[in-house]
Design a binder for this molecule. Structure first.
Ligand code: SAM
Ligand code: SF4
Length: 342
């Protein structure tokens, strides 16, 4: 049985969320929309059906959920999606979440397309760090991989983010064999030239896609590391994210190179995170379907913060020990990444 365990850390007085395996959950990724202005080939189908408005959490419900998590000792929240910056009034939401007492970090993952317009207001609202997805530096290829995206707009978004002084920027790149695996070094150079971090994400079997065969396009982190080491020897960093990322340093640069290898089970015992989908489903593990419906709690008992916190505490019992991803055959997880909150 889980209970609200008294928090002894000096940093704040909030209680802590602890699961059956003794893991402390202090990080929540909140998907604020399933919609997106891109249709990245590894993330979505070309024709996507998005959720009807009544099924998604309102901004007020998203804020109430964030408030409940922070009251339970969560110190870091990431806004994601879908594309979080296409959600109307995202700056309002960011500002209110950033102001929650006890929250140390509000961060964001974006495709960068709206950053030329929103980087400054988001920084002002209190967003500390931003991850920006960038899979290619070639215009035509960028368009092919995102189906609708415009590289120049995203590059302008990266410039805007650099100009407003977020504490740290990181690029996220998904590398697909035969599509952009020849750009690994160019992407590292791009990050080095701007003193920003870069992470390479292994493709995950989330949702069924017809565009390519995931097993054929899969590039492992080990392969990508070997490519980078032909030019820059990498030394492992001691930084731990509690997630599937491992960071490496280059001798002559502040840029850290990360590898996100969700297929490895090695990180599950350190897992400190849960995800909230925009439908209000609290997902206890990216690679499993265990979940609790927080939307039902919020809509059945509007304004009842205690009931919401209690539902979150109870959900900790559902967090599985580890995930099980397979690359071959049907995806085990039928959700797409955009509904999951990547
Ligand atoms: N739209 C924003 C973006 O693209 O950064 C945030 C949401 S997106 C789902 C978050 C991250 O998940 C992106 O870096 C994207 O490249 C990655 N992603 C999407 N589908 C994936 C998949 N099937 N496997 C691995 N990474 C994926
Ligand atoms: Fe949109 Fe991000 Fe998915 Fe690309 S990876 S389709 S930008 S949600």
């Amino acid at each position: 049985m889980n209970a609200v365990v008294p928090e002894t850390a000096k940093t704040h007085q909030a209680p802590a969320l602890v699961d059956r395996f003794g893991r402390r959950v202090d990080y929540v990724r909140i998907s604020v929309t399933d919609r997106c202005d891109f249709r990245c080939v590894y993330c979505m189908g070309e024709d996507m059906q998005f959720l009807p408005r009544r099924e998604i959490l309102s901004l007020e419900e998203l804020l109430a959920a964030a408030e409940a998590f922070v009251a339970l000792g969560v110190t870091k929240i990431r806004l994601t999606g879908g594309e979080p910056l296409v959600r109307q009034d995202i700056v309002w939401l960011a500002g209110h979440i950033a102001a929650l007492p006890g929250l140390h970090e509000l961060v964001l993952t974006t495709n960068g397309s709206q950053l030329p317009r929103l980087a400054a207001p988001l920084r002002e609202a209190g967003v500390k760090r931003v991850n920006i997805s960038l899979d290619s530096l070639d215009r035509a290829r960028f368009r092919q991989l995102t189906r609708t995206g415009d590289l120049d707009t995203v590059l302008a978004g990266i410039d805007a983010a650099l100009a407003v002084g977020f504490e740290r920027l990181k690029l996220n790149s998904v590398i697909l064999r035969g599509r952009n695996d020849d750009e690994v070094l160019a992407l590292v150079e791009f990050a080095r030239a701007r003193d920003i971090d870069i992470s390479f994400i292994e493709e995950m079997p989330l949702g069924h896609i017809d565009e390519h065969d995931r097993a054929e396009s899969f590039c492992s982190s080990a392969e990508l590391r070997a490519i980078i080491e032909t030019r820059y020897p990498l030394t492992p960093s001691l930084d731990s994210t509690g997630g599937p990322s491992r960071y490496w340093h280059m001798a002559d640069s502040d840029t850290r190179v990360g590898f996100i290898s969700p297929h490895s089970h090695n990180f599950c015992h350190l897992c400190n995170r849960v995800r909230l989908t925009v439908e209000g489903r609290l997902l206890l593990c990216l690679g499993n379907e265990h979940s609790t419906d927080l939307r039902a709690v919020m809509r059945e008992r509007p304004g009842d913060a205690e009931a919401l916190r209690e539902a979150i505490v109870q959900a900790m019992d559902l967090k599985p020990e580890r995930h099980h991803f397979a690359l071959d055959g049907e995806p085990e997880i039928v959700r797409f990444m955009n509904t999951t909150g990547g």
